[in-house]
Design a binder for this molecule. Sequence first.
Ligand SMILES: CC(C)(COP(=O)(O)OP(=O)(O)OC[C@H]1O[C@@H](n2cnc3c(N)ncnc32)[C@H](O)[C@@H]1OP(=O)(O)O)[C@@H](O)C(=O)NCCC(=O)NCCS
Length: 195
Amino acid sequence: MASDTSALLTTERLHLALLPPDAAWRVLEYHEANRDHFGPVSPERPANFFSVTYWRTRLAQDREDFRHDVSLRLLLLPRERPLGSAPVIGNLSLTNIRRGPLQSADLGYALDHRYEGRGLMTEALRAVCDYAFGVMRLHRLHANHLPENLKSAAVLKRLGFTVEGYARSFLLIDGRWRDHVLTARVAPDDTPEPR
Ligand SMILES: CC(C)(COP(=O)(O)OP(=O)(O)OC[C@H]1O[C@@H](n2cnc3c(N)ncnc32)[C@H](O)[C@@H]1OP(=O)(O)O)[C@@H](O)C(=O)NCCC(=O)NCCS
C-alpha cells in the first residue's frame, strides 16, 4: 500500500499515486477543469461529484479498495513537482478485479485536456499494465471505448490491446445507451502464477 507521501509507480515524466483524502481539492480542480472534456465519454456521476466532500470520501475509499484487492484507482501527477503539491493531470483505474479462474480487471483512464498529445497516457498505461500483469498477477485487462473516441482507440492500440467485439447499447452516458468497442490485452506468457 502506498503511503501518504509516496507514489505507487513512477515513470519518466509521471507519478502515479493513491493520494490521501486531504488532496481532495486537487482532484476536484482537475475534474472541474475537464468537465466538458470528460463529460461526453463519462457515465453519470453522483450528485455531489464536484465537491471536496465527495473526493475526501472517495480518496479514502480508493485506498481501502486497493488494500482489499477490489480496485486500483491512481492519479497522475507531473514528476517534476513534489507529490504533496503537484496538480492532478490524469486518472487511471483498474476496477472489477476478478480473481479465481478469471484474474481480470477493467481499465479506465482520462487525461487533462491541457496535457494531451504528449504520450503521457501511453507512458502511464505502459507502467500500469506491467504492474497489473507483474505485481498484481492479473491475466487479462479489458478496456472499452465509444466508436468515435479515436484518441482512446489509438492509445489502446499502442499498448497492444486488440479489439474483441462491439457491444450495442453498452453504457449509459448522458441519458443515452451508447455502443462501445470492446478491447483486451492478455498477459505475456511469462506472467507469474495467479495469486
Ligand atoms: C483518451 C486520452 C487519454 C488520450 O490522450 P492522448 O494525449 O491522445 O494520449 P497519449 O498520452 O498516449 O498521447 C498520444 C499523442 O501524443 C503524441 N506523442 C507525443 N510524444 C509522444 C510520446 N513520447 N509517446 C507517445 N506518443 C507521443 C502521439 O503522437 C499522439 O498524438 P496524436 O493524437 O496527434 O496522434 C485523452 O484524449 C482523454 O483523456 N480523453 C477524454 C477521456 C477519455 O476519452 N477517456 C477514455 C475513455 S474510453
